[in-house]
Design a protein around this ligand. Structure first.
Ligand SMILES: [Zn+2]
Ligand SMILES: [Zn+2]
Length: 366
């Protein structure tokens, strides 16, 4: 099959023929139809986040199950599935208490680009084994993944739109609804309105937020944030201090919730500075591994919370089919985010377009 392989951080992906094993116990073979181009892939491709190479990147995949390995019970050939950026084993402490995105397997899978439970390499180029980012590696014609790394969805959903549910959309919506627990009437400020941030704006709208503020430097992103429900937009180029402006727009006290979706430490600090006493700041963006944050402990005496999230704390098998239904019913216009599609051969162009801010979200059609 053809796949996009990263051989060295900082270098372009190599789209080439590789060999793929048959699915083994509890694994499934997916014929991919579409894959979202997510900034998280870029973090690994640039070396901001470490992972072994060579590795097939890509994680927002949607396609059809072609074959299942022994013991697979959750899907069968012909089912349409979306691959999930966060894995859940279903057995550990966190899975047992209903927090599957915090599954103990996830750090291993992310840092080692291994299949769950270190099951070995399924992709090869001659004698060399090739890893799969997030145990997925979906910039490829096919992928073999653990059955619990994919969620079955309705067959009539368009793969080239709903693939975004595998990471960006669920992270943004979940950060607002599950992590920040935004209530009707609340004020929410979203820092960084790329794929995750625009989904957070949609999540705030769904939650009934009374005042939604979007912060970004690019006008086309702010325009889309407005179209999706933002009441106010702030371009940091136009104001002296963004948290002060947020306070102005929220009755002088600050927002109930802030969502950081830019993945930049200094922006995380601004997001925390934008909430009122007792407010919550959710870090949904992925900053480079070596970055640090500094806070005055005094802020915590004021009852402020800062909280991390993985994929918006969703329960994939429950939440993803619901969100797909909402898209199909016209209640969640995630297709508006997709401003360009590319072929697998154009995968490097797709990332250049992201870095040059020429696209909101883009999708690779396989
Ligand atoms: Zn688990
Ligand atoms: Zn992602």
């Amino acid at each position: 099959m053809k796949a996009a392989v990263l051989y060295e951080a900082g270098k372009p992906l190599v789209v080439e023929e590789v060999e793929l094993d048959e699915p083994q116990a509890n694994e499934i073979l997916i014929k991919l139809e579409a894959v979202g181009v997510c900034h998280t892939d870029l973090s690994f491709m640039k070396g901001d986040m470490p992972c072994p190479v060579p590795v097939v990147v890509g994680h927002e995949g949607c396609g059809i199950v072609e074959k299942v390995g022994p013991g697979v019970t959750s899907v069968q050939p012909g089912d349409k599935v979306i691959t999930m950026v966060s894995f859940s084993c279903g057995k550990c402490h966190f899975c047992a208490i209903g927090q599957p995105t915090r599954c103990v397997e996830n750090i291993n899978i992310m840092m080692m680009a291994e299949l769950p439970f270190f099951a070995g390499k399924r992709i090869h180029k001659g004698d060399q084994g090739i890893s799969q980012l997030f145990g997925l590696g979906s910039f490829a014609e096919y992928c073999v993944v653990h059955e619990r790394a994919a969620v079955k969805i309705r067959s009539d959903a368009p793969s080239d739109v709903v693939c975004l549910m595998g990471c960006g959309i669920t992270t943004g919506i979940g950060s607002v609804i599950n992590t920040a627990k935004v209530k009707p009437g609340d004020s929410v400020v979203v820092y960084g309105v790329g794929g995750v941030g625009l989904a957070a704006v949609m999540g705030a709208k769904l939650a009934g937020a009374g005042n939604i503020i979007a912060v970004a430097r690019s006008q086309n992103k702010l325009d889309m944030a407005k179209e999706l429900g933002a009441d106010h937009v702030i371009n940091p180029n136009d104001v002296d201090d963004v948290p002060t402006k947020v306070k102005e727009l929220t009755g002088g006290i600050g927002a109930d919730s802030a969502i950081e979706a830019a993945g930049v430490a200094s922006v995380m600090q601004q997001a925390f500075g934008s909430i009122h006493n007792g407010g919550i700041c959710v870090i949904a963006g992925m900053a480079p591994m070596i970055d640090t944050l500094t806070f005055m402990p005094f802020e915590f005496l004021l009852g402020k919370t800062i909280k991390g999230t993985v994929q918006g704390d969703i329960v994939g098998s429950v939440d993803v089919p619901k969100l797909v239904d909402m898209y199909m019913a016209g209640k969640l216009p995630i297709d508006k985010l997709i401003t360009k599609t590319f072929s697998l051969d154009q995968v490097n162009e797709a990332f250049e377009a992201m870095e040059n801010k020429q696209v909101l979200r883009s999708v690779i059609k396989i």
